[in-house]
Design a protein around this ligand. Structure first.
Ligand SMILES: [Zn+2]
Length: 74
């Protein structure tokens, strides 16, 4: 079973620049972007509900990998 979560990419000022999606706590996002272990985390249900932008590549991969039922029941 795969557990998805969001991990932030930080900007130069330390604020959240973009949210990526990762699997099982990985430091590498679905899109291949390497992320900081100290960066903020979010539950995957927060995808598209953050005020910061989300990574389009991660979004496309995430929506392909997660069963459709979990998207409509959430
Ligand atoms: Zn990404």
């Amino acid at each position: 079973m795969n557990v998805y979560g969001m991990r932030a990419e930080l900007g130069r000022d330390g604020s959240v620049k973009t949210w990526h999606m990762m699997k099982d706590g990985a430091l590498t996002a679905l899109c291949g972007h390497d992320l900081d272990a100290a960066a903020p985390l979010e539950h995957d249900s927060a995808w598209s509900h953050t005020k910061e932008p989300v990574c389009h590549t991660c979004g496309a991969l995430y929506l392909r990998q997660v069963p459709y039922e979990s998207m409509i029941s959430g």
